[in-house]
Design a protein around this ligand. Structure first.
Ligand SMILES: [Zn+2]
Length: 274
């Protein structure tokens, strides 16, 4: 699932290349991704792109004819083709294609078994319900300990689930929640309400450090390199059975509440979640 560091790196990569270009063609091959039927994407043909912006795990194209908002779901992504590198005939799970006036092409793809990519044309980003409700974003400059404490609240909710709840904190998914909790040495199943002041402090710093560190590592990579770079950088996520890079204990897979987590049982000891 694309999460904020990779989506931000994608946005910065594309913004440099497509800012002030006009949309020459916008071809939707899979109409189920369109949620705003009164404003078809074709209404953006001829529009000029002002800039790109990230909202949580979403990407917004700000054009002079409205915003095109893209949600990647679990397995969506954008493939970038510079003017000198047009898409080949090789079949890809393309759901939409945006061609620019300089010959560059962006292919919106969904690699998943179930279609989860969404595209909306709206006047303002907040017109998309999931975006209006986003919590504070740890990659934002103004994200501080107060914002984090407000987001955490005193909820009787398992901390891993809370970190992934977009209305509480924006941009974190399954992978970075595992990484943040490992960095903070906190069990994924402990309830937010039970974290003491020192644990909250550790969790705040881990959240900011993991996400900002990932972004700074990913910046400048091509969109097709980002997923592999993310996977390679994981300390515990997706590494069940391997050694914890901190203490050497075997990383375990834990399934709880319909979700799964990878964690180090030594670094992240469990305690009562009652
Ligand atoms: Zn460990």
């Amino acid at each position: 699932m694309p999460e904020s560091p990779e989506v931000q790196a994608l946005v910065e990569f594309l913004d440099e290349r497509i800012r002030s270009r006009a949309i020459a063609d916008l071809d939707v091959g899979e109409f189920r991704i369109i949620k705003t039927r009164d404003r078809p994407p074709a209404s953006l043909v001829g529009a000029r792109i002002r800039r790109l912006e990230r909202f949580g795990k979403h990407v917004g194209f700000d054009t002079d004819a409205g915003w095109l908002m893209i949600g990647f779901g679990r397995n969506g992504w954008i493939r970038w083709h510079a003017p000198e590198d047009p898409p080949s005939e090789e079949p890809v799970p393309e759901v939409a294609r945006i061609a620019l006036d300089d010959g560059a092409v962006m292919q919106l793809v969904d690699m998943g078994d179930f279609l989860a990519v969404t595209a909306n044309v709206v006047d303002a980003p907040a017109d998309v319900s999931g975006i209006a409700a986003l919590g504070p974003d740890p990659l934002a400059q103004d994200f501080d300990r107060d914002a984090f404490d407000r987001a955490l609240g005193t909820r009787r909710k398992q901390i891993k689930a809370l970190l992934q709840e977009q209305t509480s904190i924006a941009g974190i998914g399954n992978a970075y929640s595992d990484e943040i909790l490992h960095r903070a040495k906190i069990s994924p199943v402990v309830h937010a309400a039970l974290l003491d002041g020192e644990e909250r402090e550790r969790l705040f710093h881990a959240t900011v450090d993991v996400l900002r560190g990932a972004l700074s590592d990913r910046r400048g990579l091509r969109p097709d390199q980002l997923k592999q770079a993310k996977v390679a950088a994981m300390a515990v996520h997706g590494r069940g059975g391997e050694a914890c890079p901190v203490c050497g204990t075997t990383i375990v897979d834990r399934v709880f509440g319909g979700a799964s987590a990878q964690l180090c049982p030594h670094c992240q000891p469990e305690r009562s979640a009652a």
